[in-house]
Design a protein. Structure first.
Length: 624
């Protein structure tokens, strides 16, 4: 069954191996990130742990992208293949976990299959930048598997000791290894995506059902000794989670610091707590609607701001009603309470109470939370139909029909992810006022040379959201290409005003100012770009050129060397560093730089001419 599940999942998502990278975030994570493109190295590992990417600290995710670049280079098919295989493994792990916990093979298989083929999974699998979802899912389910092994063994040991209290307990418990493996996998999961901070509460939910570790108030618990034992048991169950809570707290602190420093919390200023709470209540049920009827899925759902008060109150009443219902049914159907709390609790970090970015919701956020709803639904369907005359046939047929329908819808949704243009055109079709989709579609059209259409989408994005720095930056780029320098400068300056730590518009503003002959101001913009983004190789290279032109050779040499450290394969940087060294009389060092430039680019005529002149000046014989 596990092999069949894996084969079906791989077959379903195999078309993604023919898809392109997406212009939205894939560049920041992979094809425009020189550290990732360099592959795995000790320097790369150090960088992954010390520097965040896209306002997130997830070094394990960054290392996985480095490994892909090491194996496949920048060819998209290999990166997509890794994501497909990871998702297939995750589906098998979900099956193994549920079967291990409950012993219900077919129900576990149905949940795992629905998890694998549901259209809500497309964003996490088809978008290479969302590798963090898959890695986090992998380690989170492994955490639960090891924890369940630990809890089962502990329960068995306690039962044996209760039957033979005179027997001495072993000094080293046989289940401690599973506990530490669970904690280790949890740490790896947090280093893949910090959304896993709610996982200690999921462990407590599993203690409630299906593990049954929570002490019950009946029977002997009414006595003084029973109450004491109950307290000891409850306190131990909490104490054993303390290392998990500690790791979650550390991850939360790091994530908060990184995202605040990166400016990811700017949306909070525009969205008061009331608006965020209203959106959170409604989003819980929007996710459920997408789970039950997965249509009109988009890569980005713009935040609407204020929801109508009636809708917010209705969502709040439904939340209270469902919670009360599962609480009342907790004795007859404990899986209802576990599944509902799993869903509600694991969504808390991304439900929008602490707004990060401008989206109202995102399909990728459902990767782990909807597992709770699937468990709830499948187990409740079994309980409702198990007394039917033909339940042995009816339930599997309904389950297979749901899986086939999801399979077909997922294949359809995958088509929209084949490239950036298709993805964002679809987003504009199924959403309203989607400024980000307009901006991203403009980027995709610009890459195809459709400049006029790209400009129209950038202008539409700014009409919908005038304070959108990325659209100002992109529109400035297009205007600069068309020679409209003054208007381009205005848009670059507006992007910088809206987002002072935005390095790219500072760099491009420096370029256009240099073209206008405003060298001093161009240098200041390049220096500001480097301060904001120290690994910006292009900014360091152009800064070095301008410094060299002004005769500041020592500063220019330092910047050229920094650019080469960041991008060792840049032949131009080696050539111009050679020229600057030669102007300082350091001919031997200049010759070695020219030679390196020629090695990197054998047809580099300028570097060969520079090398010839340097060899003549140094009275060294030119090698053939």
């Amino acid at each position: 069954m596990a092999a069949l599940l894996m084969a079906v999942t791989i077959a379903l998502y195999w078309p993604t191996t023919g898809h392109d990278f997406i212009s939205f975030d894939d560049g920041e994570y992979i094809f425009a990130n020189p550290h990732v493109q360099s592959g795995l190295s000790w320097q790369g590992v150090r960088w992954a742990f010390l520097y965040p990417v896209s306002c997130n600290w997830h070094p394990l995710t960054v290392l996985s992208h480095m490994l892909d670049c090491q194996m496949f280079g920048c060819r998209p098919w290999g990166h997509h293949l890794t994501s497909v295989l990871l998702h297939a493994f995750n589906a098998v792990l979900v099956f193994a976990l549920l079967r291990q916990m409950t012993g219900a093979t077919l129900r576990s298989l149905f949940v795992a299959a629905l998890f694998a083929v549901h259209p809500l999974r497309v964003e996490s699998v088809a978008w290479v930048a969302e590798r963090k979802d898959l890695l986090c899912g992998f380690f989170s389910v492994l955490t639960l598997i090891f924890y369940v092994r630990y809890a089962r063994k502990r329960l068995e040991t306690e039962r044996r000791e209760a039957k033979a209290p005179e027997a001495a307990a072993p000094v080293t418990r046989p289940y401690t290894l599973d506990y530490w493996l669970a904690l280790f996998c949890f740490a790896l999961g947090l280093m893949s995506k910090p959304m896993l901070v709610t996982w200690p509460f999921v462990l407590l939910l599993l203690d409630y059902w299906p593990l049954g570790r929570m002490p019950k108030p009946e029977g002997g618990m009414k006595t003084e000794e029973g109450r004491r034992q109950k307290g000891d048991s409850s306190s131990f169950i909490l104490r054993e989670k303390l290392p998990f809570f500690l790791l979650a707290a550390c991850s939360s602190a790091v994530t908060f610091a990184v995202q605040r420093q990166g400016g990811a919390f700017r949306a909070v200023q525009d969205l008061p707590i009331g608006m965020r709470c209203g959106n959170a209540l409604i989003t819980y049920f929007r996710y459920l609607a997408k789970l039950l009827w997965p249509t009109d899925l988009a890569v980005y759902y713009p935040h609407p701001g204020h929801w109508p008060l009636g809708m917010v109150l209705l969502a709040g009443a439904l939340m209270l009603g469902v919670s009360a219902l599962v609480l009342v049914q907790r004795r007859q159907a404990p899986f209802l309470l576990m599944g509902w709390l799993w869903y509600c609790g694991t969504l808390v970090p991304v439900i929008g109470l602490v707004q990060v970015g401008g989206q109202a919701m995102a399909d990728r956020y459902t990767y782990l939370p909807t597992l709770g709803v699937l468990i709830l639904a499948v187990w409740e369907a079994y309980e409702l139909t198990r007394h039917w005359r033909y339940h042995v046939v009816a339930l599997p047929v309904a389950g297979v029909a749901a899986i086939v329908l999801c399979f077909a819808l997922t294949r359809q949704q995958l088509e929209h992810w084949r490239n950036s243009e298709a993805l964002f055109r679809h987003a504009l079709e199924v959403t309203q006022n989607n400024y980000l989709a307009h901006n991203s579609l403009g980027t995709a059209l610009d890459a195809k040379g459709q400049v006029d259409e790209a400009i129209s989408h950038y202008r539409e994005a700014l009409r919908l959201k005038p304070n959108y720095p990325e659209a100002h930056y992109n529109l400035g780029n297009e205007l600069a290409k068309q020679g409209n320098i003054n208007e381009a400068i205005r848009h670059y300056q507006e992007a910088i005003r809206l987002k002072p730590d935005y390095a790219e518009p500072r760099y491009n503003l420096g370029l256009v100012l240099a073209r206008k002959g405003q060298t001093d101001e161009a240098i200041r913009q390049f220096q500001a770009a480097v301060r904001v983004k120290p690994d910006y190789a292009d900014a360091r290279f152009n800064l070095a050129l301008l410094l060299a032109m002004r005769g500041q050779t020592h500063e220019a040499i330092s910047e050229f060397q920094a650019a080469i450290r960041l991008r060792p394969g840049d032949a131009d940087a080696h050539n111009y560093l050679g020229l600057t060294l030669a102007s300082e009389g350091q001919l031997d060092k200049a010759i070695s730089q020219y030679q390196e430039a020629i090695r990197l680019k054998p047809d580099y005529a300028e570097a060969r001419n520079n090398l010839s002149r340097a060899l003549e000046l140094s009275n060294a014989p030119a090698a053939r």
